[in-house]
Design a protein around this ligand. Sequence first.
Ligand SMILES: [Zn+2]
Ligand SMILES: [Zn+2]
Length: 101
Amino acid sequence: MGYRMAALCSCGYGNKEVIVGSGRSGEYYYYPFYCKKCNILFSAASFECPKCQQKDVISYSDNKMYEGDNLADKGGKELIGRKFLCPSCGRYDLEFFILGF
Ligand SMILES: [Zn+2]
Ligand SMILES: [Zn+2]
């Protein structure tokens, strides 16, 4: 099972096409990643930026990407109710919201 989420920051940066969890096929596990080079948040099933194709990207489950205690794996729901690093303004002010399933 997966979620369709939006990632929004107070600076105005946002991505409303974030897939988290397994897709319809169930073969792949999607998660949000951060590409330092492109300054974007994207969701993918592998460590590869869809824009620049480089593999030096960071998963949003990495503790560099949020403040506070370590995330527990809750199938994607661990992203809710926390502040994450915004790829655009560089502050920990980005939040995830569930849009649908
Ligand atoms: Zn990139
Ligand atoms: Zn921001």
